[in-house]
Write a protein that binds this ligand. Structure first.
Ligand SMILES: CC(=O)N[C@H]1[C@@H](OP(=O)(O)OP(=O)(O)OC[C@H]2O[C@@H](n3ccc(=O)[nH]c3=O)[C@H](O)[C@@H]2O)O[C@H](CO)[C@@H](O)[C@@H]1O[C@H](C)C(=O)N[C@@H](C)C(=O)N[C@H](CCC(=O)O)C(=O)O
Ligand SMILES: Nc1ncnc2c1ncn2[C@@H]1O[C@H](COP(=O)(O)OP(=O)(O)OP(=O)(O)O)[C@@H](O)[C@H]1O
Ligand SMILES: N[C@H](CCC[C@H](N)C(=O)O)C(=O)O
Ligand SMILES: [Mg+2]
Length: 488
């Protein structure tokens, strides 16, 4: 694509450059630049991309997008906000792919990964070709791609959407984090359906206040189409049992569909019954009432299923197909995942890393636990510090044997994180800084009928200590500990 063709999309800017080189790729990382690239300088949270512009030119960049004056031997186009410009240019460069996809975005503090997985599975069951973007990976059909972020930067997103369109994907489900909404990573994404799961405390390191966090999530609904196009209607799917939905309802021009258990809503779950092997409920829609059976357990999963059902219904998937898909659905990796190595007690690995998710998971376990509940839990470094004492309190309140340990300490001192946790409790709690030792301790203490919850890292296959990313998988560590115990 020619530079001048691309620049036409930056409407608020009159380009002074007259050169018109062919642009072979857009890059935001100088290390990825090749001959013919357009390099976008982004002032980041740790370094300033402008400092790498010279390096980008040396590697073959033929034009630069910048926010501040740079003296370079290639054309430099100045913009007020280069991250925003990146979103516009990436969307244009890849041929505005989301205009050709049925795109479903899911936001909320907890349940995004689960809900997008359920949407993907239902759509596949309905014979659709699917795409998925989220915490665990990106997917086209069965092909998976690694991700650095739950919601990647616009450049990565638009490239992936292009790939999806080229692969004839019908429906793409993606998680939309509050960071992405606030930083404009999803500018240019033409969502058809926007889903809200819930809002509870997290990410106050980034947002500072719950008001800012709630407002950032609301951007997904505020940005959802403002024309009543009969051919391509837009839908906001809101959780009637969460207070934030009232605000989101006001901020969107899209059609609103609500789901819930307690408050009157369009799609409801009634007469919920749960056992250790699954859940059944009556699904009530404005026109039908059907029995739903799922292998999933936990009230939170009923909400996730309702959110997925609502998103699929407005996407014109027949209710009977949806119900059939739900009956076959397995759980999501690292979410309430049972580790069974033949031991006489239950071991569950779960991604709960917020106060609300930890409380939900422990409440679910409590409902079924015959004997003691152990919880091995830590809190991530370089993340919301104020959730640490709250998670500690919840661990103590809902378990018999809480064991505090490290999650991903990142640049923080692991002992300082444990100390923040301990501030939330008055009881003496076992603290074992090494996560492997903590898991092993729990597994060695557990007796027949007990439940051991290993919380916080779920599907993660690494632990970040300082700058080191070390291989670590709670499920493998637990399995090995069980094995060692058996061999004793
Ligand atoms: C705080 C934050 O969100 N940071 C994000 C941000 O990084 P940044 O802009 O600060 O990057 P930087 O390292 O300062 O670099 C600035 C620029 O210089 C460039 N650079 C850098 C080095 C070099 O040699 N050459 C070069 O050109 C970089 O490519 C970049 O363009 O932009 C990057 C690209 O989009 C993101 O990957 C990165 O996410 C980091 C990894 C992160 O941890 N983010 C978390 C907080 C986050 O976003 N989490 C949410 C999930 C929340 C949830 O699940 O609820 C998410 O969506 O992932
Ligand atoms: N609807 C829900 N409400 C509360 N807790 C939930 C809900 N769904 C899942 N959980 C809990 O939260 C954990 C994370 O779930 P999931 O990965 O689906 O959320 P997420 O929003 O994608 O998280 P992240 O922000 O890290 O991407 C689960 O392991 C479970 O403990
Ligand atoms: N999306 C979340 C994941 C947290 C997972 C937990 N294991 C941690 O490292 O804190 C975040 O980046 O805050
Ligand atoms: Mg997620």
């Amino acid at each position: 694509m020619k530079l001048q063709t691309l620049l036409q999309y930056l409407h608020n800017f009159t380009p002074r450059v007259t050169e018109n080189p062919t642009i072979t790729s857009i890059e935001m990382d100088s290390r990825e630049v090749q001959q013919g690239s357009l390099f976008v300088c982004i002032k980041g949270f740790t370094v300033d991309g402008h400092d790498f512009a010279e390096q980008a030119v040396a590697r073959g960049a033929v034009a630069i997008i910048a926010e501040r004056p740079l003296t370079l031997p290639v054309p430099v186009i100045y913009v007020n906000d280069s991250r925003r410009a990146l979103a516009v240019l990436a969307d244009a460069f890849y041929g505005q792919p989301t205009h050709h996809l049925h795109l479903i975005g899911v936001t909320g503090t907890n349940g995004k990964t689960s809900t997008t997985y359920f949407i993907e599975r239902i759509c596949r069951h309905a014979g659709k070709k699917t795409g998925l973007i989220g915490t665990i990976h990106m997917k086209i059909g069965d092909e998976t791609y690694d991700v650095n972020n739950t919601t990647p930067e616009s450049l990565v997103l638009q490239k992936m959407f292009r790939k999806m369109v080229d692969a004839d994907v019908d429906v793409a489900a993606m998680e939309v984090s509050s960071h992405a909404l606030h930083m404009g990573r999803v500018h240019g994404c033409d969502f058809d359906v926007a889903v809200f799961t819930n809002l509870t405390q997290d990410h106050l390191d980034y947002h500072q206040t719950m008001d800012h966090y709630r407002w950032s999530k609301g951007l997904l609904f505020a940005q959802l189409g403002n024309r009543f196009d009969h051919q391509r209607p837009k839908f906001a799917i809101l959780n009637a049992d969460d207070a934030a939905s009232e605000e989101y309802k006001k901020s969107t021009a899209a059609n609103v569909v609500t789901y819930g258990i307690h408050h009157e809503s369009d799609i409801m779950a009634k007469n919920i019954e749960m056992t250790t092997s699954g859940t059944t409920f009556q699904l009530v829609t404005p026109t039908e009432m059907v029995e739903v059976k799922t292998k999933l357990i936990g009230m939170f999963n009923v909400y996730n299923v309702l959110a997925a059902v609502s998103a699929c219904l407005v996407s014109n998937i027949p209710l009977a197909t949806i119900v059939e898909a739900i009956a076959h659905m397995e759980g999501v990796p690292g979410r309430f995942e049972v580790v069974d190595a033949g031991q006489p007690f239950t071991v569950i690995v779960d991604y709960a890393h917020t106060p609300d998710s930890l409380e939900n998971v422990l409440q679910t376990i409590r409902q079924f636990a015959k004997k003691r509940v152990f919880v091995v839990v830590g809190c991530g470094g370089d993340r919301d510090r104020t959730k640490r004492p709250l998670m500690a309190q919840i661990a103590v309140q809902y378990s018999d044997v809480p064991i505090f340990t490290s999650d991903n300490p990142r640049s923080e001192d692991p002992l300082a994180i444990l100390n923040d946790m301990k501030q939330g409790v008055t009881e003496d709690v076992v603290c074992i800084v090494d996560r492997k030792e903590a898991i092993t301790y729990a597994i060695e203490q557990a007796e027949e009928g007990d439940v051991v919850l290993i919380a916080g890292k779920g599907h993660e296959t690494y632990q970040i200590i300082g700058k080191d990313v070390l291989y670590f998988d709670d499920r493998v560590v637990a399995r090995e500990a069980i094995q060692r115990r058996k061999e004793k």
